[in-house]
Design a protein around this ligand. Sequence first.
Ligand code: ZN
Length: 504
Amino acid sequence: MSLAIVYSRANIGIEAPLVTVETHLSSGLPGFSIVGLPETAVKESKERVRSAILNSRLEFPAKRITVNLAPADLPKTGGRFDLAIAVGILAASGQLDTSQLGKLEFMGELALSGELRPVPGILPGLMAGRDGQRHSIIPRANAEEAALLQEQGVSVCEHLLELVKHLKGDQTLAGIEPLEPVNPLLTESLDDVVGQEQAQRALLIAAAGGHNLLMRGPPGTGKTMLANRLPSILPPLEIKAALEVAALRSIAGLPCNTDSMHQAPFRAPHHTASAVALVGGGRQVNAGEISLAHGGVLFLDELPEFSRHVLEVLREPIESGSILISRAAYQTRLPASFQLVAAMNPCPCGYYGDSERDCRCTPDRIRQYQQRISGPLLDRIDIHIDLQRLGKEERKLLLQKKGSNNKSKQLRKQVSLARERQLKRAGKLNAHLNQAEIKRYCRPAAAGRKMLEQAMEQLKLSTRAYFRILKVARSIADLNNAAELENGYLLEAVAYRKFDRQDC
Ligand SMILES: [Zn+2]
């Protein structure tokens, strides 16, 4: 047998297309060539594979060796195919039994010594392998990540020789111990937050319906503190979303473990972040902040300080829940269904409208500053609130108050119930309803509609704002387990359209 076929997985975003590694040995001048990999990667891989085989005291065949990684047009990077190439050479030269290779997939980089090194983005590869009903063999150093999958069907090894013994039936490689999912740890909760009741209420509604939220207020009013605590009232991620998040973290080279995998993520990129850092991309497709926030919260503090371009690129993922990354040779879609929470000062100096300090900005500068948030972006944010600094007396009173234990836990339960109602009714959260669905599921009674129309006219709100108001009112009703959009809910939702009005 001088031809061997071995399977591996490439990695593009969170996709892991199958790669067939064909190894052919022929007589003639000894040589070793790999086709289907970029030039530099080939050179390095050849050196590693040859040394690893020799250092494992196996035979590197003195033949003409041709390795083909198919499909050829698939972008392939890094050393993840080393192991499959080595297995192919050993099989084609009769040092390994080839009969079971069709049921296996190999991923792993080889050290010159024959030891296996971890590869990034292993999780997508394992998920794809599972769907293809093959057993995956990977480096032991990737075991922790592999354990997230909660599946049998993966073996780990530390050295090429260990794998050879396994394939010869002399020893069995260790499997993966599936880990019990841990309940998310709540590091920062609302339990210790007193005051800012209106903002906490807005946070609850935003969580219930998946609504984007904009907070405006002077420095020190707790905007960041509140945003940080939103994940504590979001329900734990379902296994599908949790695995997607883990896979995205995996390709970004971030740690993933069972402790954190079900916790809704929270990402807070700095306002100097580039568009690529935010949405992802790069030569090897990397997950950006919006994808790392998938299933959780993307917090943009000091929103007007972000470049206009960066904010513009957010519009597509906010609408579609994913981002398309296009490269010359291929394109891939990364999940990016996040809840946007943004915060901003009311003016460049921060103190416009503050009760304690004077604002030194001219009206023109204040207007310019607020207009940095483009209409289309503002339009995609359902809930706007103003935060006020507390007066001295109020603060004294609050100091005597204590937080309440289990507040986040209780709110999270309310959010879960409200979300269940939405999913049962429309199959999606209220924030994601389209216009036809809003008309269908968020119909106020005649009296409510009339009242709403009057309020709209008085406040000069747009038609688009009207639909946002209905969605938010629906979420308030869902928190109250109410079928009807009562007038009180509608009025509360109107109050969350602060920045649509002409006075700011
Ligand atoms: Zn100012």
